[in-house]
Write a protein that binds this ligand. Structure first.
Ligand SMILES: *[C@@H]1O[C@H](CO)[C@@H](O)[C@H](O)[C@H]1NC(C)=O
Ligand SMILES: *[C@@H]1O[C@H](CO)[C@@H](O)[C@H](O)[C@H]1NC(C)=O
Ligand SMILES: *[C@@H]1O[C@H](CO)[C@@H](O)[C@H](O)[C@H]1NC(C)=O
Ligand SMILES: *[C@@H]1O[C@H](CO)[C@@H](O)[C@H](O)[C@H]1NC(C)=O
Ligand SMILES: *[C@@H]1O[C@H](CO)[C@@H](O)[C@H](O)[C@H]1NC(C)=O
Ligand SMILES: *[C@@H]1O[C@H](CO)[C@@H](O)[C@H](O)[C@H]1NC(C)=O
Ligand SMILES: *[C@@H]1O[C@H](CO)[C@@H](O)[C@H](O)[C@H]1NC(C)=O
Ligand SMILES: *[C@@H]1O[C@H](CO)[C@@H](O)[C@H](O)[C@H]1NC(C)=O
Length: 626
């Protein structure tokens, strides 16, 4: 009996061990075949017995370690031609980076099998001869860098078939012949300098600076010659006004202009003081690049989730130019532009108080969620000193910024329809989260600044599942206080019922346009929930609504209904709060003709209790002073 059990245990452990170390066996063999057929001067730790995905230098795998998607072998002293039928077997490869070696021989043309390739970097090698004529096989190629080699022959015109091409660098080679008419609108970076090109710059490329073409034997004639004035000076095309006319305008308009300038200056000045612009830190981790790189050796890697077309590693993030988007309760979020011109939002967590295993489990739970109202976690990174989470970047910004946008700011203010869609989407997203992990997953940090708009302009919740991982620090307490349910004293103890409370506060925020906690001139701090209760109890209900909303006709009943739901959710006693699945139905019913294009099916419970919310004043008086 005992022995049997031990055998079984060993067997299952073995299976678990094996599962945990799934490996792209064929891709691994392709890389080993590559390595065994080429000379290199720096050692590589590619051992057939170790995990290629986790340990091999220069190798990046996809989310489930089943395939290799990026190979970066820069500066390993590789010498000779790329052995054929090796790298070309990595059929899912997206990024190939062989820069700064001594590769020679022809362009490895069997790479044409790699239809998924998005970036190829071969610069600073000794590749020779012509390029393959047919580039249209790489439909997804967006970055080509072949600079500083000895390529010759003509530039293939098939490059113009690459509709995703963003960057093309062929500088410092020996290309000859005429520049083909590369009519690729997506092309942003071009460098053809220091070759032996002849003829003219085609019209389609005239938008690039002349430095992109320098060091060739191109004809001096520029494709769009500047208009020359009689006295021989080139005249700017844009200014069509003659000097006398300009002078007249200056004199005539000077008094008016003076006033205008003064007003503008004043506006600029006062605006600057009011809203401090997010500081633009170029290369956010650059400043601290050293510390991250030191800790990163073999310690961590970027883990991607399913359905993610991104392929980058920590170094790509380090190289990315970044801008601070915001400082949240759990860390700073940056907007990072990656090498292949993709923009992501990177959250850099601070004060993570759990170990690697627990962190990874939580990330897997969060990363496996795919729902149109939940912002997908694309990837994460864990090392001893650095924990990062990668999300999509939402151009429109978050709901907090939208609701509290000042009048006259560039952002259009939120109309009632938009607020309804935000509420419906957020409710559906939270309800979906609550059904995950056997109904145990908690969002823990619902607030307007964590809600974004999805492509259908419905609310989409972000930043879930972090509350349990992170020790809250003092300054953030204040910021989230207005959303936090009264029974939650430690953010790690958040529950689904406290999520419902926070959602209620969000509804009240959408309705009133007021922040959950706001100061009134002096030291007094007003809690939105308490304030709404006091107003409603005095039966001044109409006073609570955002003045911006009063201009829309026939929405009063809908607003009152949302107010009712918001107050029910933000009930003081957690037993009184409705379940999120019921909240979804209530919010969807605010407008009987649902503005959404599909009802929420996945959130329906079998025997749902009819959700009847008591009248407003009753709610207000039943809840004791909050
Ligand atoms: C290529 O990979 C190396 C790391 O192996 C990196 O240092 C280098 O910046 C990469 N170059 C490009 C253009 O991605
Ligand atoms: C691209 O990758 C997918 C798997 O992600 C694979 O099935 C497909 O064969 C690859 N495409 C090419 C052209 O190799
Ligand atoms: C190109 O990329 C898209 C996604 O960006 C992917 O769906 C498609 O399969 C890729 N095409 C090839 C030929 O790999
Ligand atoms: C390209 O270079 C090779 C030697 O590297 C030479 O044999 C060939 O003639 C060259 N082709 C052109 C078009 O210059
Ligand atoms: C672009 O691709 C099509 C077919 O895929 C091909 O017929 C055409 O010749 C290509 N264009 C160029 C400029 O190579
Ligand atoms: C290509 O490589 C050169 C040399 O390393 C570099 O200066 C250039 O920025 C790279 N261009 C692109 C588009 O990656
Ligand atoms: C080409 O070579 C010149 C001179 O060696 C160098 O200054 C320039 O940066 C190189 N261009 C690229 C794109 O590598
Ligand atoms: C450049 O091309 C011309 C003729 O097109 C040729 O005479 C010359 O040798 C070439 N120069 C280089 C450096 O390849």
């Amino acid at each position: 009996m005992g022995i049997k059990f031990i055998f079984l245990a060993i067997f299952f452990c073995g299976i678990l061990f094996w599962l945990a170390r799934t490996e792209p066996i064929e891709d691994k063999q392709a890389l080993l075949d590559f390595l065994n057929n080429i000379h290199h001067s720096r050692p590589l730790n590619w051992d057939v017995r170790t995990s290629a995905c986790n340990l091999w230098v220069g190798v990046t795998c996809n989310h489930d370690n089943s395939r290799i998607i990026a190979v970066r072998l820069s500066g390993f002293g590789f010498r000779g031609s790329v052995p054929s039928n090796t790298l070309s077997r990595l059929s899912t490869l997206q990024i190939l980076n062989l820069t700064s070696n001594s590769f020679g021989g022809p362009f490895p043309s069997d790479l044409s099998k790699l239809g998924n390739l998005t970036s190829i970097y071969l610069q600073f090698n000794g590749f020779q001869g012509p390029l393959p004529q047919d580039f249209s096989v790489w439909k997804n190629l967006s970055v080509i860098n072949l600079s500083d080699n000895e390529f010759n022959g003509s530039i293939p015109s098939s490059l113009s078939n690459l509709t995703h091409l963003k960057a093309l660098n062929l500088a410092n080679n020996s290309f000859s012949g005429e520049i083909p008419d590369l009519n690729v609108p997506s092309l942003q970076l071009l460098d053809l300098s220091n070759n032996n090109l002849t003829g003219n710059v085609p019209k389609s490329l005239a938008r690039f600076p002349t430095s992109a073409f320098s060091g060739n034997q191109l004809e001096p004639e520029v494709s769009s010659p500047p208009v020359v004035t009689p006295n021989g000076e080139p005249k700017k095309k844009s200014s069509k006004l003659g000097e006398p006319a300009l002078l007249g305008i200056i004199i005539g308009g000077s008094s008016l202009g003076f006033i205008l300038i003064a007003v503008l200056l004043f506006l600029c000045y006062s605006k600057k003081k009011a809203i401090p612009k997010p500081s633009k830190e170029e290369g956010f981790i650059k400043k601290e690049k050293k510390t991250i790189l030191e800790s990163h050796e073999g310690d961590g890697r970027v883990v991607f989730f399913e359905g993610c077309n991104l392929a980058f590693d920590l170094e790509d993030l380090l190289r990315a130019s970044a801008e601070v988007l915001g400082k949240g309760s759990f860390g700073i979020t940056y907007k990072a532009a990656l090498e292949d011109a993709i923009t992501v939002a990177v959250k850099r967590l601070k004060d993570v108080n759990v170990g690697r295993r627990e962190f990874e489990l939580q990330m897997e739970a969060v990363g496996s969620i795919r729902h149109e109202n939940v912002a997908p976690l694309r990837a994460y990174y864990y090392s001893k000193d650095e924990k990062l989470m990668v999300y999509d970047y939402y151009v429109q910004g978050n709901v907090s910024a939208m609701v509290h946008a000042k009048r006259g700011e560039k952002r259009a203010h939120l109309d009632w329809e938009s607020r309804l869609r935000i509420a419906i989407g957020a409710a559906r997203g939270i309800a979906h989260i609550h059904t995950r992990t056997c109904g145990k997953l908690v969002h823990g940090n619902i607030k307007a600044s964590n809600i974004f708009l999805n492509s259908q302009q419905y609310g989409c919740v972000s930043d879930l599942g972090l509350a349990t991982l992170i020790t809250p620090t003092a300054p953030s307490v204040m910021r989230t206080a207005g959303y936090r349910a009264p029974e939650v004293t430690d953010s790690r103890k958040a529950s689904q019922a406290s999520d419902v409370y926070s959602f209620g506060v969000l509804l009240l925020e959408l309705l009133t346009g007021k922040s959950p906690v706001h100061a009134t001139g002096g030291d007094e701090v007003i809690h939105l929930v308490r304030w709404v209760h006091s107003v409603v109890r005095e039966e001044w209900t109409a006073e609570v609504f955002d003045v911006e909303l009063l201009r829309y006709p026939n929405i009063e009943e809908e607003m009152v209904e949302m107010l009712r739901i918001g107050m029910a959710c933000a009930a003081r006693m957690l037993e009184q709060r409705p379940k999120m699945t019921d909240v979804v139905k209530m919010v969807e019913d605010i407008r009987k003709v649902d503005t959404g294009n599909r009802p929420s099916t996945e959130t329906k419970t079998e025997e749902s209790t009819p959700s009847v919310t008591p009248p407003l004043t009753e709610i207000a008086s039943s809840s004791i002073q909050q």
